[in-house]
Design a protein around this ligand. Structure first.
Ligand code: WQD
Length: 317
């Protein structure tokens, strides 16, 4: 089966391409290189440079393809608040264009990169897929509306879609594939340490064991494996569904900083600063549905995420 991975030269997309090629899938990777890097694309995949908004390029990339893994999107929460029109253009117009060309080309299988950001501030111990969605940012909104779009396509013309809601992705399979973005906790701590500054903890007065926010960190290798499981399920004729991708375990900001100290050996004395608006105290995935539906379970722990993220950081800096 031949699959197109949009955003295939990006941090997550390149890991997805690598896992699918290793599994013997025939893969085309499409990326406009706005944030991606062509060197990340596994040599076993065909690389097409271009935007998902460019119909001609998209049509060419869709030749002979039976399914699409749609990862291409802008994903910075703060940026989306400042530039909502750009986020809707890139994330939703991009998805719309891909779906229109899929329909024309008769592509009936779709794996969609969604997000825990669709939940907003869930006030539950474990976030199950069916709790009410209340995204707090245009980024999260574009992911939720994307899921609605896919459901409408399933109803209208039988598209089989898997929505994969990523929780907090970290780590890398090789240092070269490390996350170049410095927008999330682990790289932000690395950056502070590299500058000789103290890491900042955004509030320690949350109702959690150590007062800092709990998140479900999941290794990008596991995220890629979950995509492969979804691809194989669709190729086996399994109907589409929506799945959390996480470990089902919460780690606090202080726990992450402690692991960074253990891995790097650096002094991670931190400063506690004001809470960041919109931060929920706890966002931890329920992972029963993906285990039962796709036979997927995350294998890597927090230390492996920090070790591999640190190796990537050191390679780039
Ligand atoms: C994690 C925790 C901060 C930096 C992510 C993104 C996106 C989405 C999942 C896919 C929070 C705290 C952070 C710092 C800190 N994934 N923090 N000091 O907020 O869970 O959002 O959700 O779409 O990756 O939306 O991730 O890494 O920004 O923060 O104390 O210097 O670390 O307050 O509690 P977050 P994050």
């Amino acid at each position: 089966m031949s699959w197109l991975v949009t955003g295939g030269a990006g941090y997550i997309g390149a890991h997805v391409v690598r896992a699918m090629v290793a599994d013997g899938q025939d893969v085309v990777a499409l990326d406009d290189l706005s944030t991606g890097d062509a060197r990340r694309v596994h040599p076993g995949a065909r690389f097409v440079e271009g935007s998902v908004l460019d119909r001609e390029t998209l049509r060419e990339a869709l030749q002979g393809v039976t399914g699409v893994v749609h990862v291409a999107a802008k994903k910075q929460v703060g940026e989306s608040v400042a530039e909502p029109l750009w986020y809707y253009r890139e994330n939703l117009d991009g998805l719309l264009t891909v779906l229109e060309e899929c329909r024309t080309a008769g592509v009936g299988r779709f794996v969609f990169s969604s997000s825990a950001a669709t939940y907003g501030m869930p006030d539950v111990e474990l976030v199950t897929e069916d709790i009410p969605k209340a995204p707090l940012s245009p980024y999260g909104e574009t992911k939720l509306v994307g899921e609605w779009l896919l459901a409408d396509c399933t109803t209208a013309f039988g598209l089989q879609a898997m929505n994969l809601r990523y929780f907090n992705v970290a780590g890398a399979v090789t240092p070269e594939l490390g996350d170049p973005g410095v927008f999330n906790l682990i790289p932000l701590v690395f950056q502070a340490l590299a500058k000789g500054e103290r890491p900042r903890v955004f509030g320690n007065d949350y109702p959690t064991p150590d007062g800092t926010c709990l998140r479900d960190y999941v290794h990008v290798a596991d995220v890629a494996d979950a995509h492969l499981a979804a691809v194989r399920a669709l190729d086996a004729g399994q109907p589409g569904s929506t799945y959390n991708i996480g470990r089902g375990v919460g780690s606090s900001v202080l726990e992450v900083i402690d692991v960074i100290h253990e891995v790097t050996g650096l002094d991670t004395t931190y400063d506690v600063v004001d809470r960041r608006p919109g931060d929920p105290a706890r966002v931890v995935a329920a992972v029963d549905r993906i285990r039962e539906g796709l036979g997927f379970q995350a294998k890597h722990d927090l230390r492996q995420m920090v070790e591999t993220a640190w190796a990537g950081w050191q390679l780039r800096h």
